[in-house]
Structure formats: structure tokens, C-alpha cells
Design a protein around this ligand. Structure first.
Ligand code: MLT
Ligand code: ZN
Length: 483
């Protein structure tokens, strides 16, 4: 394997010609203007020219492209909806990799309502898959802000999380089977809808969350669930994160695993949203320190369900764990409450430079982490605006800092490494993870080396060498020096 500072040579013209022939008319892009949207991540932080944008329209063509690249030792960067927060789907600057877009693999191959399973190709957009499940009265419970553009291959490859993990788990829990093009061009076909299958190692787990470094996910079979008959949604005002945890515990005591969503946000996040997102407004007359978007669903019609949900909130207000709450009484009101949470990333973009950290600790340790983190930020960057929001039920916070109001974003950017180190050290001291749901990409390769158990890192490198001996799959992502 070549070292990191010994980049592969440019892609030879004969290889480009062979790839074009394999891909066929309409199967590739080469002009700089056509390539541009694929070569920059959506936050505009990572850029890298691709020697060619390959747009295969079938698994078979993906396999032929990968086989060609394996023979020529050409790096391949797989890309789906280009929504990575970590530069995981953007080529590196050297210009000697091809970008493999899965966007044309768009077929939903089967929807099995009786078997509660859906099989689709990697380029299918999540929102379309949700609709396909709903059309047969089933629920595909994966739910993320970018569901209008994120695609199945990327969701699997990054083990996506989102706002329903509390009840249904991350992508890993939803995948029943995968089809993967291996780094030598062979196709691993394990598109099984089986619920029980103990035939040796569970190979699909290797590719879920591997960010395209071990192979290209071309299709997946996902688990579906009954569609909820009743949905109860509330927005609650809370004095502290500890009170939020107490409210979550009370909801679970009363409703069991019907609680699907418990999202925490601070006052500043609500202010950002109301300032920048048209049509949004603070549901309460007075400001509060923290808020939670809470949702619970019941599988069958149950006239007692929403009143029970409401009585837990009323009791929480009675005992001081909540200060106020509104419950949606229509679909439109529900959507308005969800908008207050889902548009936080968009609203924060309008507030200038931001530093993002995607951390998790066990939920019970969140209050202590939040208190220690606030003290740390006050010491390191007293004028930065801390907006720590996210999936409280999963112990996952987007621990983001915005530049001072009307202030100097450049100063915050210059401190980004120092702040990142301090935040991630604090996470480690709380037994947590520096990458809860956004992955490693190229952004957190050094963090993985620093915080991961050395034995785990050895195993990861051994797996990479075994499956991808020439280091052609998404080189330099997740593991350094793997090319
Ligand atoms: C979210 O939960 O809104 C996302 O994961 C994105 C973010 O980091 O802001
Ligand atoms: Zn999130």
C-alpha cells in the first residue's frame, strides 16, 4: 500500500476511455461544469476534482466499473445524495479518483407488505421509499432532515440515525439484507428478507456504516413496520436537561415503547428558527431555557392514547419537570411543531460560521456533560453561541457553536481545532462517542485514531486490507493510509 503522502498517479486516458465505454452513453460526466455539483460537499467545506463522474444505471455496470478500477488501481469515491456532514462522499484534492454516483440506481425492486420488507436500489431517495411503504400501509421509520435528498446507499453506508431511533433504532436495525459490489468487482448478494438467518458471519454488518470503504452498497432490503393509527405530538418547555430526562422517563412509564421521538433544543435554537424560517413562531408567550419535541404513536385506534399522553405532560408541569406544553390537534399543527426542530441546521447556517460536533453519551450522563460543556465553551470561546440540540432519547447532541452575533466568524474558525479537541476530550471523559450518527468521512479520521480502542483500530485496518487490498474504495476516508 502507498503511504498517504505518496498519492496515486493521475488516472490514465486509456482507463478513462475504458470506463466511458463500460458506462455507455449518458453514463458519465467529464466537463468541469457538469462535475462541479458532485465535487463539493453540501456545506461547501470539502472540494476535490474527480477524474470522471461515473453514473452507472445497474449493479452489473457498477461491478464492471469497480473491476476496471481494481485492475488499474484507481480510487473510487461512492456518492449518493451528497448530504454527508463529514466529507465522506467528496473526492480528495489530488484529482486521481473517480466519483461513482449511485443516482441512476433508482428502482424499487419489491415491496412485500405481508413480509414487512422493501427492497430498493442505492440511488432511491428516502422520501420516495417512505411513500412506497405508506402506499401499502406500512411504515419505513427512518426519518432525517435531509430525507428529500439522502439516498438509500448513503443511509446504509453511514448507518444513518435521525429522529425515530429511540423506538426503531439506527439504519443497522432496519437492514435485513444487502447487495454489495466488492472492491474486486464481485457482487455479494444477500438481499434476503429473512428475519432469522444464523448461517455464519453476518457479513452485511461489515458494510453498514463503512462509508463505502469496503465496497459499494447497490441495493438493500429494509424492515417495515405497521403504520401508526394514532400520533400524539407535543412541544414542551423545560427548565433543565435533567427535567427533560425526567419527562421522557414519565412518558415511557405511562406509554411504554410508544415514545418514538424525544428531541431537545435550547432557547437559542428556537430563536434562530423563528428568525430565519418563514412561517415559524414560538408556541409560548414567555421564553424558556430548553424545549423538547415529543412524539408517541399507537399501532391501533385508541381514544385513550392522546389523553394519556396529555396527562403525563400535565403531571410533568405539576411537578416542575415541564413549565408549559402544547399538543398538536391537527396534521398542520404537528408539522408546524416538527418544523421548529427540523429547520435548526438550516437556521443555524444563517447565523454565520458554525463548528459542529456530533457527540453521544449515555442519556443519563447528558445533564452532567451539558453542564461541563457549557463551562468549557465559556472558558475557551466566551462569545461563541452554543446551540446544543438533538436526539436526547439517544444521548446524541449536535454540539454546535455559532460565531458571536454580528461577530467575527474567522476568529471562531481559527479556534476550531482547539475547541474540537476540548469537546471531544470531554466526551471521552464522559464515556461517549465523538461521532454518534454522522460518521468519520475525511473530517474525523484523526479523531478515530485518537479516541478509538487500539485493538478495534487494528481490526478495522485488517478488515480493510483483506477486503480492499489495493486500497481503491473511498481512499483516505475512515482510515488513514489505507490507499
Ligand atoms: C440533525 O439532527 O438535525 C442533523 O443530524 C444535522 C445536524 O448536525 O445539524
Ligand atoms: Zn441528528
Amino acid at each position: 500500500m502507498a503511504a498517504m503522502d505518496d498519492p496515486a498517479p493521475p488516472v490514465p486516458a486509456v482507463m478513462i476511455a475504458a470506463l466511458k465505454e463500460t458506462l455507455g452513453p449518458g453514463g458519465w460526466l467529464e466537463a468541469p461544469a457538469d462535475r462541479a455539483p458532485f465535487e463539493t460537499d453540501f456545506r461547501g467545506l470539502y472540494h476535490g476534482p474527480a477524474a470522471l463522474i461515473a453514473l452507472p444505471d445497474s449493479t452489473e455496470r457498477v461491478a464492471r466499473v469497480v473491476a476496471l478500477c481494481a485492475r488499474g488501481r484507481v480510487g473510487i469515491v461512492p456518492q449518493g445524495g451528497n448530504t454527508s456532514y463529514c466529507g465522506g462522499a467528496t473526492p480528495r484534492p489530488a484529482g486521481n479518483e473517480i466519483l461513482l454516483s449511485l443516482r441512476r440506481l433508482r428502482r424499487i425492486r419489491a415491496v412485500d407488505a405481508a413480509g414487512d420488507a422493501l427492497t430498493a436500489e442505492a440511488g432511491c431517495v428516502l422520501a420516495e421509499l417512505q411513500s412506497a411503504a405508506a402506499a401499502v400501509d406500512r411504515l419505513l421509520p427512518m426519518s432525517i432532515g435531509s430525507e428529500g435528498s439522502a439516498t438509500l446507499g448513503g443511509l446504509v453506508s453511514t448507518n444513518a440515525g435521525g429522529t425515530a431511533v429511540l423506538r426503531y433504532g439506527m439504519m443497522r436495525a432496519l437492514v435485513l439484507g444487502l447487495e454489495v459490489v466488492l472492491p474486486d468487482g464481485r457482487v455479494l448478494n444477500q438481499l434476503s428478507g429473512l428475519r432469522k438467518d444464523n448461517t455464519g458471519y453476518d457479513l452485511k454488518q461489515l458494510f453498514i456504516g463503512a462509508e463505502g470503504t469496503l465496497g459499494v452498497v447497490t441495493a438493500a432490503t429494509l424492515r417495515l413496520f405497521p403504520r401508526p393509527a394514532v400520533t400524539a405530538t407535543a412541544f414542551a418547555a423545560l427548565p433543565t436537561p435533567a427535567a427533560a430526562l425526567a419527562l421522557l422517563a414519565a412518558l415511557r412509564d405511562s406509554l411504554g415503547d410508544a415514545v418514538t421521538t424525544f428531541e431537545l433544543m435550547p432557547r437559542l435554537a428556537l430563536e434562530f428558527v423563528c428568525r430565519h424560517v418563514p412561517g415559524t413562531r414560538d408556541p409560548f408567550g414567555a421564553p424558556h431555557a430548553w424545549y423538547a419535541l415529543v412524539e408517541a404513536t399507537a399501532g391501533a385506534e385508541d381514544p385513550e392514547f392522546t389523553p394519556r399522553f396529555a396527562s403525563v405532560l400535565a403531571a410533568a408541569i405539576g411537578d416542575g419537570h415541564a413549565q408549559d406544553a402544547v399538543i398538536a390537534s391537527s396534521g398542520a399543527e404537528r408539522e408546524a411543531l416538527w418544523r421548529l426542530r427540523e429547520t435548526i441546521p438550516e437556521a443555524q447556517r444563517h447565523e454565520g460560521v458554525s463548528l459542529k460536533h456530533d457527540i453521544s453519551v449515555t442519556p443519563g450522563r447528558l445533564p452532567a456533560f451539558i453542564a461541563a460543556g457549557a463551562a468549557l465553551v465559556a472558558r475557551l470561546a466566551p462569545h461563541a453561541r452554543l446551540v446544543a440540540y438533538g436526539h436526547l432519547g439517544d444521548g446524541n447532541l449536535h454540539y454546535n457553536l455559532s460565531e458571536p452575533a454580528g461577530g467575527d466568524g474567522g476568529a471562531l474558525s481559527r479556534q476550531s481545532e482547539e475547541i474540537r479537541r476540548a469537546v471531544h476530550d470531554l466526551v471521552a471523559a464522559h464515556g461517549g462517542s465523538f461521532s454518534a450518527e454522522h460518521g468519520i468521512g475525511q473530517a474525523k479520521v484523526g479523531e478515530l485514531e485518537r479516541y478509538e480502542d487500539p485493538v478495534a483500530l487494528d481490526l478495522m485496518r485488517a478488515m480493510k486490507r483483506t477486503l480492499d487490498p489495493h486500497g481503491i474504495m473511498n481512499p483516505g476516508k475512515v482510515l488513514r493510509g489505507s490507499e
